[in-house]
Design a protein around this ligand. Structure first.
Ligand code: APR
Length: 233
């Protein structure tokens, strides 16, 4: 039996019930911090200590966090449809891979990775990062940063993501406000190709009109229900 090729975009809302902060809305990270001072290269050049402290706090916040029923449902879908499910996450946590998702792109990078701007080395990183830590490879100081895509920088894996969108038969968006491009534009690409588009979110997102199907509620409820519905068809 052939099954549809499905591209799934996830945002911070899928990890909210695992205890990881979202960015906007009640209690969001950006409501408590000024994004201009933290999540861009200019802020890092101006005050690397402050930026490192923000990301160290977020990296420490990942300790003990576990995937929830939504992450596990997506891993189950991929196991049933091997090779036909791609998860593109805006999230920088590790919960999709911990749940078992294998075909996965972190388009905004990963908190548990570090990047040396001097020699371009990327490496797994769990501890705090500071300007006093030299790059383990080139030895340069002050060039190690979290491997996070900041505002104004090009997201990772865009060619592969656009190619996957070009071949998708279903596009599903989960737990994202639909406010940050290019991710927020993926639904329009899918819709313009006549692809079935699904929104699974706590509430209608900024671009909810673009979706042909939507289910609103907590991800741990609406995502397993959607996966069960897909596997029944
Ligand atoms: N279940 C489902 N959806 C939820 C839940 C939940 N339990 N809790 C919150 N949401 C929804 C919110 O309604 C909102 O639409 O998740 C969405 C989170 O939106 P944002 O906080 O804007 O996060 P996100 O869309 O992932 O942000 C995109 O912005 O700051 C940048 O790089 C950062 O990747 C991030 C990007």
């Amino acid at each position: 039996m052939t099954h549809p090729t499905i591209v799934i975009l996830t945002g911070s809302g899928i990890s909210a019930e695992s205890g990881i902060d979202t960015f906007r809305g009640a209690g969001g990270l950006w409501n408590r911090n000024v994004v201009q001072d933290l999540a861009n290269p200019q802020a890092f050049a101006r005050d690397p200590k402050k930026v490192h402290e923000f990301y160290n706090m977020r990296r420490r916040g990942l300790i003990g966090k576990e995937p929830n029923a939504a992450h596990h449902a997506l891993a189950r879908l991929e196991a049933e449809y091997p090779g036909d499910v791609l998860v593109v996450t805006q999230n920088v946590d590790h919960l999709h891979e911990t749940a078992g998702t294998k075909n996965l792109f972190h388009m905004h990078g990963e908190l548990r990775k570090a990047w040396c701007q001097a020699c371009d080395l990327r490496m797994p990183w769990q501890e705090d990062l500071t300007i006093e830590i030299p790059c383990p490879s080139c030895g340069d100081f002050g060039q190690m940063r979290p491997d996070i895509v900041w505002f104004g920088e090009m997201p990772y894996h865009m060619d592969a993501i656009l190619a996957a969108l070009d071949a998708a038969e279903v596009f599903t968006s989960i737990g994202t406000s639909g406010t940050v491009y290019p991710a927020a534009g993926f639904v329009e690409i899918a819709r313009n190709r006549g692809v079935h588009t699904v929104e699974l979110n706590l509430e209608p997102s900024d671009n909810h009109w673009d979706f042909s199907e939507s289910h609103h509620g907590p991800a741990t409820e609406v995502v397993p229900q959607w996966v069960d519905q897909i596997l029944r068809t």
